[in-house]
Ligand binder design. Structure first.
Ligand SMILES: CC(=O)N[C@H]1[C@@H](OP(=O)(O)OP(=O)(O)OC[C@H]2O[C@@H](n3ccc(=O)[nH]c3=O)[C@H](O)[C@@H]2O)O[C@H](CO)[C@@H](O)[C@@H]1O[C@H](C)C(=O)N[C@@H](C)C(=O)N[C@H](CCC(=O)N[C@@H](CCC[C@@H](N)C(=O)O)C(=O)O)C(=O)O
Ligand SMILES: Nc1ncnc2c1ncn2[C@@H]1O[C@H](COP(=O)(O)OP(=O)(O)OP(=O)(O)O)[C@@H](O)[C@H]1O
Ligand SMILES: C[C@@H](N)C(=O)N[C@H](C)C(=O)O
Length: 461
C-alpha cells in the first residue's frame, strides 16, 4: 500500500495549506471509514447517504490515522492535527491514486464488460500469480471510489495489478482507464446490465469500449470477438494490438471441446495442446478463461503455469458457487446479480449438466432493464427447455413473467411464481431429492441468497 511522507503526498495532490510542520509524518495506506482505520493510514472523508466523513476526522486520527484530508469548503477543520486541506476530497483520493500508479513499476490489466468482470478478474489474477506478484480488485470495488482505493492498496513490489472497471453511465470507464492506464484491457461481453441508464446495447458497448482510451501505447485489447457491436467499434487505425476470444472459430482463441463435470469444466482450446480445467461450471466461464489465457500468453507464462493457475482459481462468492444442499441436493448459488444474458447463460449451463436428477431453476427479478423489462423476463421463460429443466420457481413481480411464459410447457406444480421467500423455500424443500440441482439467480436487489441461507439453516436443524 502507499507509503509516503506528508510532504510527498502534498505534492502528489494539490494541498491548499502549509504542511511544513508535519512534512516528515509518514502515511501508510488510506482509509475512508474511521471505524476501520489502521495505524498510519491517511483518512479521506467522503460524503455518503447518511453523513459526511468530515465529522469523523478527529475520530480517525485518534484511532491511529497519521493524517487526514479536509475539504476547504467544510468549516471548522480540527486545529493542531496533520490535516491536508484540499479542494475536493474525492478528487484528491483519485489524484493520489493516479500519482501513485504512475510512480509504480507495474503492469496493469483492466477488466470491464457487462457480465463476468469479477469472475474474469479472479481468473486472470489466479493465472498470473503463477509467475508474478499480483494484486487484484477485492470484491466488487470497481468504480470511481473503489478503483482508486484498490490502486492505493498496491504494494511497491507488486508486479501486476488486475483492476475491475465498472460503470453505469457513459464516461465512467473513460475516467477509470485514464486513471489506471492499463497495459492490457479486457472486455468480457456486452449484455444488458445498466440498460436502464444507458438506453441501448449499442450505448453499453460504446461505454465499455472507452477502456481503450487509457490503454498504453502498443497495449493489448482482449475482447469477446463474438460480439458484433465490439467488432464494429474496432477501427483499423489504432495504436494497440487486439486479440479476440469467443465461441466462433473466427476468434484468436475458441474452445474446441467443453465437458461439464461435477463442479467444473474440462476443455480444449484451438492451437494449444492439452486440456484445461476450471473448477467452475458454465460455458461462459470457459470463455472468461480464454481472456485470462490471452493475458497470460501476453505476459509470457508457460502452458503449465496457465493450466495450474486456472485449475486453482477461486471465484468470488455467489458466482456459480456450488454448495451441498438440502437432502443431498446441489445448490448453485449464482445470486450475486442477473441480466437476461447471464440468466440465459446460467440456464444453458443447467440444461447441459449430466445426471438424470431434477434440475430446478429458482429465478428472481432482473432489475434495471428499462421499459422492456417485462419482455426480457418473458423471453427468458420462452427459452427454458422443459425437456431438460424439471421445475421453474420464480420470486418477484418481474420474474413472475418467466413462469407465466413457461408454465404451459410444464406439468402442474412444476412452474410456480412466488412473492414470499418463505413459501418458496417450503415448496423447494417439499420437492427436492438427493443429487437434484438447484440454480439460484436474481439481481442483487432481490437478495435471493436468503433462500440459500434458509435452506442451509433448515438443513442444520
Ligand atoms: C450504498 C452506498 O451508497 N454506499 C456508499 C456511501 O456509504 P454510506 O451511505 O453507508 O456512508 P455514510 O453516509 O454512512 O458515511 C459517509 C462516509 O463516512 C464514513 N464513516 C461513516 C461512519 C463512521 O463512523 N466513520 C466513517 O468514516 C463512511 O465510510 C463514508 O465514507 O457513501 C460512501 C462514501 O461516499 C461510499 O463509499 C459507499 O459505497 C459506495 C457504493 C461506493 O462507491 N463504494 C466503492 C468503494 C465501491 O467500489 N463499492 C462497490 C460497488 C461499486 C458498484 O456498484 N459498481 C457498479 C458499477 C459502477 C456504477 C457507478 N455508476 C457507481 O456510481 O458506483 C457495478 O455494477 O458493479 C462495492 O461496495 O462492492
Ligand atoms: N461471460 C459471461 N457471460 C454471461 N454471463 C456471465 C459471464 N461471466 C459471468 N456471468 C454471469 O454474471 C454473474 C456475475 O458475474 P461477475 O460478478 O463476474 O460479473 P460482473 O461483471 O463483475 O458483475 P458486476 O458488474 O455486477 O460487478 C455470474 O454469476 C454469472 O451468472
Ligand atoms: C449490483 C450491480 N453490480 C448489478 O449488477 N446490478 C444489477 C441490476 C443486478 O444486480 O443484476
Amino acid at each position: 500500500m502507499i507509503n509516503r511522507t506528508i510532504k510527498q503526498v502534498s505534492k502528489m495532490i494539490k494541498a491548499e495549506n502549509d504542511l511544513s510542520r508535519f512534512s516528515e509524518i509518514r502515511i501508510e495506506g488510506v482509509c475512508i471509514d474511521s471505524r476501520k482505520v489502521q495505524p498510519g493510514n491517511l483518512y479521506i472523508p467522503l460524503k455518503g447517504r447518511f453523513s459526511d466523513g468530515h465529522q469523523y476526522v478527529e475520530a480517525a486520527i485518534n484511532a491511529g490515522a497519521s493524517a487526514a484530508l479536509w475539504q476547504i469548503d467544510v468549516p471548522n477543520p480540527p486545529e493542531g492535527m496533520p490535516i491536508i486541506m484540499v479542494e475536493d476530497a474525492l478528487a484528491a483520493l483519485q489524484q493520489l491514486a493516479k500519482s501513485y500508479r504512475d510512480e509504480l513499476s507495474i503492469k496493469v490489466v483492466g477488466v470491464t464488460g457487462s457480465n463476468g468482470k469479477t469472475t474474469t478478474k479472479d481468473m486472470v489474477a489466479s493465472v498470473l500469480k503463477e509467475k508474478y506478484k499480483v494484486q487484484k480488485t477485492e470484491g466488487n470495488f470497481n468504480n470511481h471510489q473503489g478503483l482508486p482505493l484498490t490502486i492505493l492498496s498496491l504494494e511497491e513490489d507488486t508486479q501486476v495489478a488486475v483492476l475491475e472497471m465498472g460503470m453505469s453511465a457513459r464516461g465512467e470507464i473513460e475516467f477509470l482507464t485514464k486513471l489506471a492506464c492499463p497495459d492490457i484491457a479486457i472486455i468480457t461481453n456486452i449484455g444488458e446490465a445498466h440498460l436502464q441508464d444507458l438506453g441501448s446495447r449499442e450505448a453499453i458497448a460504446e461505454a465499455k469500449f472507452e477502456i481503450i482510451q487509457g490503454l498504453s501505447e502498443k497495449g493489448l485489447l482482449v475482447y469477446l470477438g463474438d460480439e458484433p457491436l465490439l467488432n464494429q467499434l474496432l477501427r483499423s487505425a489504432q495504436n494497440f494490438r487486439v486479440k479476440t476470444f469467443g465461441k466462433n472459430e473466427s476468434n484468436d482463441l475458441y474452445p474446441v471441446s467443453i465437458r461439464q463435470e461435477g463442479h467444473g469444466s474440462i476443455y480444449r482450446v484451438n492451437g494449444i495442446e492439452g486440456n484445461f480445467h476450471i473448477p467452475v461450471l458454465g460455458e461462459y466461464n470457459v470463455l472468461n478463461s480464454l481472456a485470462a489465457i490471452h493475458t497470460a500468453l501476453e505476459l509470457d507464462l508457460s502452458l503449465e503455469q496457465i493450466q495450474k493457475g486456472l485449475n486453482s482459481m477461486k471465484l468470488t462468492a455467489m458466482r456459480m458457487e456450488m454448495i451441498d444442499g438440502y437432502k443431498g441436493s446441489k445448490i448453485i448459488n449464482d445470486a450475486y446479480n442477473a441480466s437476461p444474458t447471464s440468466t440465459k447463460a446460467a440456464i444453458r449451463m443447467m440444461e447441459g449438466l449430466d445426471g438424470e436428477k431434477n434440475k430446478i431453476l429458482v429465478l428472481g427479478d432482473m432489475l434495471e432493464l428499462g421499459e422492456d423489462e417485462k419482455d426480457y423476463h418473458k423471453q427468458v421463460g420462452r427459452e427454458i427447455d422443459p425437456e431438460k429443466i424439471n421445475y421453474i420457481f420464480t420470486f418477484g413481480e418481474l420474474a413472475r413473467h418467466i413462469t407465466e411464459e413457461a408454465r404451459h410447457l410444464f406439468p402442474e406444480g412444476h412452474a410456480e411464481a412466488f412473492m414470499d421467500k418463505g413459501e418458496l423455500v417450503k415448496k423447494l424443500k417439499s420437492i427436492v431429492k438427493e443429487d437434484d440441482y438447484i440454480l439460484i439467480k436474481a439481481s442483487r436487489g432481490m437478495k435471493l441468497e436468503e433462500v440459500v441461507n434458509s435452506i442451509l439453516a433448515d438443513q442444520k436443524q
